[in-house]
Design a protein around this ligand. Structure first.
Ligand code: ADP
Length: 485
């Protein structure tokens, strides 16, 4: 089995969220199962700056896209035993940011998809059986494969698995634009083809034309077929439930390992974790000029600041939370309004709040290691990685029961002493506040039970092994059903 991952993000080359983490880990887990894996990404400026001198130039060609004839350079490097390919075009990818502007991104990733298909085989020296596609940035590929290759007898034995990491971002454009960007024959430009509700839709195209579709948790796979979570594609997905499956993400357990983490104040393991966390909390309190006292519960959020993440729920009751004997540290970037509200909060509640408006991996590690409680009041959450990362560091997640949060966080049950965190169901700030109060009561008044919760959380297995096997089974099922005589 040879699999080519096509993605807009991969740790450590380019990351804005969970997609980057997944592509930085799953290919390696598949490799351990004997799969021949490669990854292909756009060559963003940051990749050229940081890894350019390690890349080998393979070839170049001019890729045609409507009226355009654009240069596409193909580079390759080896990263920790995995071949990583890059598509180079400075005009499109030579920016500081991974995503630049909505309409421009449509053009950028349309080009990327066409350039990747053009590079498969001889130019790359890699002949995949499976294209593992990810999110809207790659949604056109199953259709492009059919329309421009299979229809002419090329790439006949190449199949597609399309993974939805976030259904919210679909890649929408106009009919004329898609006809041009994809050089698509007219019969594809209908509601049964690329169009959805009058707009060309990359995500919908991926769902319709891929051999199989996955989402990143079993609960999200069910939720997306409902109108609450379906983002307008619930009908499309529901009609294809036979090809939709939820496979839970894992995390990179080497990168997020408190016993070896070089970024935290002092490493700790499951034996010395209590002392270790105290030391880390004191370190963070010192660095952020918060009162230095390890007995104060530290509540954190590490998040993109977008409506999805439910920061508004936190803001509604932030003063009531901060009136309790706690410290709150928020790390995130995103929506300017939310950033402003968090800055204001730090200014008015400087005693026990810090709002760190930035994207910073190292701070993230330090904060997870120091904290007691991670708030994730998401409106929806395809999988969510932060709750799993936090648990590894003995920080208990307090989450809304949705998507992958529901699959990974099991609410503390004081009667049978089970659970690995706390949860609430309705998207309601008072419900969240009540659970925060409940959690703090356990923290202050039932310390042995709190410690047992932390121990159970730290013991959870969030490695990629099990999920990688499920992907491999799926690849094999796709090939089998398409080659059966
Ligand atoms: P999403 O993909 O929706 O952003 P996930 O929970 O799946 O959410 O993944 C978020 C990832 O990004 C985690 O690895 C988290 O630690 C990281 N992250 C989010 N915001 C920041 C930030 N401001 N600084 C550093 N890391 C961040």
């Amino acid at each position: 089995m040879r699999v080519l991952f096509v993605s807009s993000e991969m740790v450590p080359f380019a990351k804005t969220g969970g997609l980057g983490d997944v592509i930085g880990a799953l290919p390696y887990a598949l490799q351990k199962l004997g799969v021949e894996v490669a990854v292909i990404l756009p060559m963003y400026k940051q990749i050229k700056d940081n890894y350019g001198d390690q890349c080998e130039f393979l070839s170049w060609e001019m890729v045609q896209m409507g009226w355009r004839h654009w240069y596409s350079g193909l580079f390759r490097m080896n990263y920790k035993g995995l071949p990583i390919y890059f598509i180079d075009n400075e005009r499109l990818f030579g920016y500081d940011k991974i995503y630049v502007e909505y309409r421009f991104d449509i053009e950028r990733f349309a080009f990327f998809q066409r350039a990747v298909l053009s590079a498969i085989g001889d130019p790359m020296g890699f002949y995949p059986d499976m294209l593992h596609l990810n999110d809207w940035q790659t949604g056109l590929m199953p259709l492009l494969l059919e329309a421009h290759y299979k229809a002419f007898g090329y790439l006949q034995n190449v199949y597609t698995l399309y993974s939805i990491h976030n259904l919210k971002y679909q890649g929408l454009t106009g009919k004329e634009e898609i006809a041009d960007l994809g050089d698509l024959p007219g019969h594809y430009l209908s509601e049964s083809g690329v169009m959805h509700g009058g707009a060309a839709n990359f995500m919908k195209t991926g769902i319709v034309y891929a051999n199989r579709v996955t989402t990143v948790s079993p609960t999200y796979a069910k939720e997306v077929m409902s109108d609450v979570y379906g983002e307008g594609l619930n009908g499309i997905l529901g009609a294809r439930s036979w090809k939709l499956v939820g496979i839970l993400n894992g995390i990179n357990t080497e990168l997020y390992n408190p016993a070896t983490d070089p970024y935290i104040y002092r490493p700790f393991n499951r034996v010395n974790w209590k002392k270790g966390k105290q030391f880390n909390k004191l370190g963070l309190q010192r660095d952020l000029a918060l009162k230095e006292d390890p007995s104060i519960p530290l509540i954190i959020m590490v998040s993109r600041l977008v409506p999805q993440k439910g920061i508004d729920l936190f803001l509604e009751v932030a003063h009531q939370i901060l009136d309790m004997p706690v410290q709150v540290v928020l790390l995130g970037t995103g929506n300017p309004d939310i950033e402003g509200a968090l800055r204001d909060l730090e200014n008015t509640r400087h005693d026990n709040t810090r709002s760190m408006i930035m994207y910073d991996e190292i701070w993230a590690h330090k904060i997870y290691a120091a904290a007691d409680l991670l708030l994730i009041p998401s409106r929806f959450e395809p999988c969510g990685l932060t709750q799993m990362i936090a648990m590894r560091y003995g920080c208990l997640p307090l989450v809304r029961e949705t998507g992958g949060l529901k699959d990974t966080v099991h609410a503390y049950n004081e009667y049978d002493e089970t659970g690995n965190g706390f949860s609430f169901s309705a998207f309601n700030s008072q419900d969240m506040l009540n659970v925060i109060r409940y959690a703090l009561n356990v923290y202050f008044n039932h310390r042995p039970e709190w410690d047992n919760l932390c121990k159970r959380a730290m013991k959870e297995d969030f490695s990629w092994e099990t999920s990688a096997q499920k992907y491999l089974n799926l690849y094999e099922a796709i090939v089998e059903e398409n080659t059966r005589p």
